[in-house]
Design a protein around this ligand. Sequence first.
Ligand SMILES: [Fe+2]
Length: 247
Amino acid sequence: MKVIHLTDIHLTQSRDQKVFDVNPYDNFDFVCGEIARIKDSTEIELIIVSGDITNEGDVEAYRYFFKKMESLKTPYIAILGNHDLKHNFDIALTEEESQYIIKSRGYKNKSWHITSVDTVVEGEDFGFISDNNLAELAREMAENSHFNTAIFMHHHAIPVGTPIVDNCMLNNGKDLLDLCEKHQVKFIGSGHAHTARIWHHNTMTTCVAPAVVFQWLPAIDSVKISKGVGFNLIDFSGDLSITSCIY
Ligand SMILES: [Fe+2]
């Protein structure tokens, strides 16, 4: 099963509004063009968008997001990040004829169980998984123990070494990682760090996808970016492999 993992698109209120001199609409259009170009030859089964779809949570930005995602004619899961507003996401979602969005948290094929967890704390940049959500995740893992499990979320659980984002990462990442070890989860994917990064520990791979909008320069603690655009292509069949497509 091949999956595209998009994250941190940061669509602004209007098309002419930039984020640090980058136009997120241009980047998102470009990435959608690339997905359209490769999706049939690469046999993409699913797209996962792991949050910060918008920069300020505007309804118009979510409308644009849904239109573009639907145009790809591929099932997709949309997870929210600290820059998103669920209320406005839901308004746009009910307006659009969304044929391809998967409204449940997860997706299954014959050997993989793909699920997601909410890490957003309202009004905060850092992330936290509530006790209820952790318990729900544990239940889900136990019920699906005969599947390989992959979990997607917004905030990164392991520091990437860049203070500007590690200062607001997932606060209880250790609890999640311990739970995932216990249930032999194969893969954890996130965004938020605007950095491409992969860790292997025992049989688990933890991966931060590059952002669609821009990347932070490695190790910085103030605002300095690289204008690179990226996403990950994850192959869950056979040996798990990850291609970071960076432009
Ligand atoms: Fe974020």
